[in-house]
Every structure is written in C-alpha cells, then in structure tokens.
Design a protein around this ligand. Structure first.
Ligand SMILES: Cc1cc2nc3c(=O)[nH]c(=O)nc-3n(C[C@H](O)[C@H](O)[C@H](O)COP(=O)(O)O)c2cc1C
Length: 178
C-alpha cells in the first residue's frame, strides 16, 4: 500500500455529511493514509494543492445542493480535476424504495456536475439521516409531513439513520486506489 495524503472537504446542515466524512477518515487512516477533514469554507487553494487525492461531500435540502459546496467545486474545478478526486452526496432519496428515486438521485449528481464543471473520477450518493430529535419544531413538522405523505418514517421521538456504512467504507477504499 502506497500511503497518500487524502483530504475530505465537506459542508453539512444537520451533521450527517460530517459523520460520513469522519467514517471515511477512520477507514482511510486505518489503511495507513494521512487524512485531513475540513469544511469547504475553511479550505484554501494551498490546502488542496498539498493533497494527493481530494474528496468533496455535501447534502441535499429542498432539492438543492449546499451552496458552499457548489461554490467550492466551481472555484476549484481545475485544481480538483487535475488530481484524483471524488464527490459524494448525502440525501434521503437515496434511501427511498420508490421507482423514481434512482432517477432523482442521478439527477442530483448530474446537476452538480453541470453546475461546477469539475470532473471527479468517482461520484456516489449515500442515504442520509432523519434526525427528528435534533430538528427544531418547524423543521420537525415539515419533515414529518413529507414523510407521512411519502410513506417514510414518522416516529418523531427517534432519529433514523439510513447511511450504509459498509458502502461508505467501500467508497473510501475505492477512492484511495485512484
Ligand atoms: C429541511 C430538509 C429538506 C430536505 N430535502 C431533501 C430533498 O429535497 N431531497 C433529499 O433527497 N433529501 C432531503 N433532505 C434529507 C437530507 O439530505 C438528509 O437529512 C441528510 O442526511 C442531511 O445531511 P446533512 O446533515 O449533512 O446536511 C432534507 C432534509 C431536511 C431536514
């Protein structure tokens, strides 16, 4: 194994993308790589230049990518494309069993690619989390209403984490060999 310096840049609203980034960090460090996890907003061009491999992650809210992740990928598209790089997305549609769900998730990935001009070698969507106990009153109500309509989980006394951690590990393994 050739140890690499692997950076993971992300933004998160409720914390699940951060949890996915930390899981990747643990997996990659276990394999002997040097890993740095940072918010996109705290990352400078010089940081990215030092990385052998760059991973960027963000989540979907109301059908939209996190603005700071989009801006980051747009601003650094050429630098990111010049090295092995990967993008991951966290959303609840990736957990849905509805027949239209894979098309919607593919659309999220496609929109990101179109809006940024960054060409990651690997892109993947992971199921996120429904963190009812951590939402404020209004957000909890909105998410409960949506999930009642969509046939999702409506027990607001609990958090529901759908992320497939094995899939996250597999993604980290794949990216480390790019
Ligand atoms: C207000 C709100 C709106 C959301 N809208 C979408 C959406 O349009 N599509 C989707 O797939 N997931 C949606 N989600 C699910 C989030 O992507 C999911 O909870 C994810 O784990 C959030 O990641 P983060 O905590 O890193 O921001 C929404 C979640 C919330 C709280």
């Amino acid at each position: 194994m050739n140890p690499r310096r692997i950076d993971i840049y992300y933004e998160t609203i409720e914390g699940q993308t951060a949890a996915v980034a930390q899981r990747m960090k643990a997996r990659l460090e276990q394999a002997g790589h040097e890993v740095r996890v940072a918010r996109c907003r705290d990352t400078k061009t010089g940081d990215i230049e030092q990385a052998d491999i760059a991973i960027v992650g963000g989540s979907i809210h109301a059908g939209n990518h996190h603005t700071r992740v989009l801006e980051f990928a747009r601003q650094h598209a050429a630098l990111l494309s010049s090295k092995p790089s990967a993008f991951f997305l966290v959303c609840l549609t990736a957990h849905s069993g509805k027949p239209e769900a894979p098309g919607i998730v593919a659309g999220y990935l496609e929109t990101f690619a179109q809006k940024t001009d960054w060409k990651p070698r690997v892109s993947k969507a992971f199921a996120g989390a429904l963190l009812y106990t951590q939402y404020g009153f209004v957000k909890r109500k909105i998410m409960e209403t949506i999930n009642r309509k969509e046939g999702g989980e409506t027990d607001v006394t609990k958090d529901h984490v759908y992320t497939d951690w094995q899939a996250v590990d597999a993604f980290a393994d794949e990216v480390s060999t790019l």
